[in-house]
Design a protein around this ligand. Sequence first.
Ligand code: NAP
Length: 245
Amino acid sequence: MNLNGKVAIVTGASRGIGRQAAIQLAQSGVKVAVNYSSNKAKADEVVQFIEQFGGQAVAIRADVSKVNEVEAMFSETIEKFGRIDILVNNAAIMECKAIADVTEEMFDRHFAINVKGTYFACQQAMEHMGNGGTIINFSTSVSGAMLPTYSVYAATKGAVEQLTRQLAKEFSSKDIVINCIAPGQVSTELFLNGKSQELIDSFSRMNAFGRLGEPEDIANAIELLVSDKARWITGQTIRINGGFN
Ligand SMILES: NC(=O)c1ccc[n+]([C@@H]2O[C@H](COP(=O)([O-])OP(=O)(O)OC[C@H]3O[C@@H](n4cnc5c(N)ncnc54)[C@H](OP(=O)(O)O)[C@@H]3O)[C@@H](O)[C@H]2O)c1
C-alpha cells in the first residue's frame, strides 16, 4: 500500500501492537510519531528500525492521560512533519482484579489512560487533522467473553467503543473516519504479563486457529482501515481476533 506523504501519530508505539503498527505504516511511506510514556530506549529503537529501511519517524514522550502532554505531542508532530492524517489511539493499560480488590486509584488510572487519553487525542485530531483523515481507537474482544477480573479494563473499552460511535458524525464534517479495533488475545506484554503458560495456552485454544494473535495481525487490520478503500467505514467496532467471539 502506498501512503507516501501521510503523517501518523501512534500512541503507545514503544512496544507491542503500537510498535508493529508504527513500523508497518512507515513501510507504507507514512511518517510516524512514535509515542511512549516511559520507555524512551524502546521508542528510540523503533525509530532507528524505521530509519534503517529509509522511513521517517520521531519518538515523542507524552503521558496520554495528561491533556497538556497530548496537546504537546500534536504540536511536536506538526512541527516535525507539517501535518497529521492518521491517529492510532493504541496506548492503554490493563490490570485484572476481582471487584473486591479494585481501588479508586486503579479505577481512575485506567479511565485516565484508556478513555481520557483516547478522548483528548481525538479532540486534538479534530483541531489539527486535515480533511480525509483516519482515527483508529482500541477496544478489546475480551469484553464479549465477560471474564471475571476484567471489569475495570472492559469498562474503559466499552467507553472507547461508545465515544467512537458518538464522534463519527462530528468527524464527518472534516471527512475524517473514526473506528475502533477490538483485538483478541495478542502476544504482547499487556496480555502475557502475570499469566501462567497453562492460562496462555487455554486462551490460545479459544479462537478458530488455536494460536495467540501476533502484533502483525492487528497492524494488518490498521493498514486496511487507513486505506482509501475503507472510507465508507466509520463509527464501527471491528473485532480482529481469529474468531475468538
Ligand atoms: N495484547 C492484547 O491481548 C490486547 C487485546 C485486546 C486489546 N488490546 C489493546 O491493544 C492496545 C495495545 O496493547 P499492547 O498489548 O500492545 O500493550 P503493551 O504491549 O502493554 O504496550 C502498551 C504501550 O502503551 C504505552 N503506554 C502505556 N501507558 C501510557 C500512557 N499513559 N501514555 C502513553 N503511552 C502509554 C506503553 O509505553 P511505555 O513502553 O513507554 O510504557 C506501550 O508502548 C491497547 O489499547 C490494548 O488495550 C490488546
